[in-house]
Design a protein around this ligand. Structure first.
Ligand code: F6R
Length: 366
């Protein structure tokens, strides 16, 4: 049942090219000029009228939402708030009749996410669910649904559900951008071509597994570790830190790279591992200067950057090179080594990878 893999998590990590491909299938036109998402049940006028989007979710799905925010704001120019469902539901959120609620939930059964959906539906707002389970409560209760086609996810730590959520959010961002006239035809084509190419990107990144496995041996003894990045790389850092905590039990924190010097730099001492994500060309120089700051305090640095950026090797201890894609799509590539790092660190520490302590796959308590 694990298809020859020692754990479901590793199997599911390797299923990501297929999961992403299945989620994109039928939703991009053959000429790669248009995104089709008729299932969202919004006509062009309704899409043009959206004044704000609230994304609500928990955990890894919330992290996918943070990436979605950047893509939707950049491509469609709609302001997006990304809220933790257990906070949002009690926060008396400010919304207008043209605010679209997007609930992201792999299982479709997370109690707080469902409660947030119900609260906003009661107020007459339109709720779109992004879920991996067709017959789930979220799918039944939402006004419309984008199904992610990750297939069943068995390991408690979410991997392929996250990358398919990213695919769904990218599709939505391009679709909204096209309908609202924010992206011209040539740019749309370039974006859709890049989306269509994501399964190959993920496939290529999976080839870094042996390098990450051997790096993880040197890393697995850590007590505290930091993940840093800027912009959308920071959103991925949060996911990398969560995955590591969840299954390896190593304490990890994610920081917007520029924020470190406002206090946390005090914790960077000799040998403290730092994972730096530098996938945004516009922010590259700034991220490198943050890497130099932590190196100067003795940090042991693993960097993720795009192929061709060999310069970074001089500044850090180890570099993982990822295929170049549109900067907004980089999380799809960058998250893979972080999942693998968490996995191999957990294996090195002898943990029960698929069933981490204290955690359940579906969180139906509030
Ligand atoms: C972490 C993880 C959790 C879930 C969260 C929400 O690896 O799996 O953080 O993402 O419990 O679950 P869903 O998406 O089912 O609502």
């Amino acid at each position: 049942e694990r298809g020859g893999y020692p754990h479901f998590m590793l199997k599911e990590i390797h299923e990501q090219p297929k999961a992403v491909r299945d989620t994109l299938r039928g939703r991009v036109s053959d000429d790669l000029n248009r995104v089709t998402l008729s299932e969202i049940g919004l006509d062009e006028e309704q899409i043009r009228n959206i004044d704000r989007i609230h994304i609500v979710a928990c955990g890894t799905s919330w992290h996918a939402g943070l990436v979605g925010k950047v893509a939707i704001e950049q491509f469609a120019r709609i302001p997006v708030d990304v809220e933790i469902a257990s906070e949002y539901r009690y926060a008396d959120p400010i919304a207008t009749e043209n605010t679209l609620i997007i609930a992201i939930t792999q299982s479709g059964e997370t109690a707080d996410t469902l409660a947030a959906m119900r609260e906003m539906k009661k107020r007459g707002l339109r709720v779109l669910a992004i879920t991996n389970v067709v017959g789930s409560s979220a799918a039944r209760e939402a006004d419309s649904v984008i199904v992610t086609w990750a297939g069943p996810e068995i390991a408690v730590a979410s991997t392929k559900a996250y990358t398919t959520q990213l695919a769904a959010l990218y599709l939505l961002a391009v679709h909204f951008g096209q309908v609202r006239g924010q992206i011209d035809e040539a740019t749309a084509h370039e974006m859709i071509e890049a989306l269509d190419n994501l399964p190959q990107v993920v496939e290529a990144v999976l080839d870094t597994a042996p390098q990450i496995e051997s790096f993880a041996q040197r890393y697995a003894h850590a007590h505290d570790t930091f993940f840093i990045g800027r912009g959308i790389d920071y959103a991925v850092s949060l996911e990398g830190a969560l995955k590591l905590k969840e299954i390896s039990y190593i304490h990890a924190e994610a920081y917007a790279a520029g924020e470190l010097k406002h206090g946390t730099l005090a914790l960077i001492t000799d040998g403290v591992p730092v994972v730096a994500i530098a996938m945004q060309p516009d922010l590259y120089e700034k991220t490198v200067s943050n890497i130099v700051e932590v190196k100067a305090r003795g940090a042991f640095v693993l960097a993720l950057t795009w192929v061709g950026n060999e310069d970074l090797e001089k500044a850090v201890d180890e570099v993982i090179y990822l295929p170049k894609t549109l900067p907004a799509l980089a999380p799809m590539a960058a998250v893979i080594p972080l999942q693998l790092l968490a996995y191999y660190a957990a294996v090195a520490r002898g943990n029960d990878v698929d069933k981490p302590r204290n955690l359940a796959k579906s969180v139906t308590v509030e």
